[in-house]
Design a protein around this ligand. Structure first.
Ligand code: G3P
Ligand code: MG
Length: 244
């Protein structure tokens, strides 16, 4: 199997639910619990700046409504992405991918960048995220792992920066999942923990692919996956799972 430089335990959306997801505050909170690897969701602003946000729309995690990708970065950068979570985080901004890169590189933290395109923007998002990641991590030994549920976003990332490692995200094991991941020259799949067992993990391992799982918040699920040979566990529960 391929060399695997990433820590086994990965904090979901920065630090899951204990701080506002996909903000630098969440990363800092995950790090305070000992986490050294993080997952985050990245999409593009109207003027092509890659930034962290899970949803296509703004209403769940900011005071604004509507499609985030319709706004320029200058507008998005002024939004409060923390107040929805709790008072303590009011005023926390949406981070750019570049800001998160600075934080992770300086601290030697690993990053799994989920390419989360706004519908209709799969290829541009894959390409721009790969270009930014390659530029920011130039000279670093451990590159970020680029993952996506969208095969065409991964194909665009490969066309732009083939040297960056990629992973296919799978919510279910659709027909041909293994061939699809191999066809995109992925180094891993990242699958919903409900569809993973020792047989599936062994199948992927047998073709040289690592296997990660999301979003694992119960200790029974974590133990089952660890026993089955999982390579990475993405969790919100950074306060309950020591990352060792
Ligand atoms: O990348 C793993 C996981 O984050 C995928 O689901 O919806 O939390 O982005 P979601
Ligand atoms: Mg995600």
């Amino acid at each position: 199997m391929n060399d695997w430089p990433y820590p086994k335990w990965i904090a979901h959306r920065g630090a899951g639910k204990l701080a506002p997801e996909n903000t630098l505050a969440a990363f800092r909170l995950g790090a305070s619990h000992g986490y050294r690897a993080f997952e985050c969701d990245v999409k593009l602003s109207a003027d092509g700046v890659p930034f962290l946000l899970h949803d296509a729309t703004l209403q769940r995690t900011t005071p604004e409504e509507g499609v985030a990708a319709d706004r320029s970065w200058s507008e998005l950068s002024r939004l409060d992405a923390g107040g929805w979570h709790s008072r303590a985080f009011a005023g926390e901004p949406l981070p750019t991918l570049d800001a998160i890169a600075t934080y992770c590189i300086r601290n030697r933290f690993a990053l799994n960048i989920e390419i989360k395109p706004t519908p209709g923007h799969n290829e541009a998002t894959g390409r721009v995220v790969a270009e930014h990641a390659a530029a920011r991590w130039a000279g670093e030994t451990v590159k970020p792992l680029l993952s996506s549920f969208q095969p065409d976003a991964l194909a665009a990332a490969r066309a732009a920066r083939p040297e960056l490692p990629r992973a296919l995200l799978l919510d279910s094991l659709r027909d041909g999942w293994l061939a699809e991941a191999l066809g995109l020259d992925c180094v891993a799949i990242v699958a919903n923990h409900r569809v993973l067992d020792a047989d599936v993990i062994a199948q992927a391992h047998g073709r040289g692919l690592r296997v990660l799982s999301y979003t694992v918040n119960e200790s029974d699920d974590a133990q089952r996956l660890l026993d089955a040979g999982i390579d990475g566990v993405i969790t919100d529960a950074v306060d309950r799972f020591p990352p060792f």
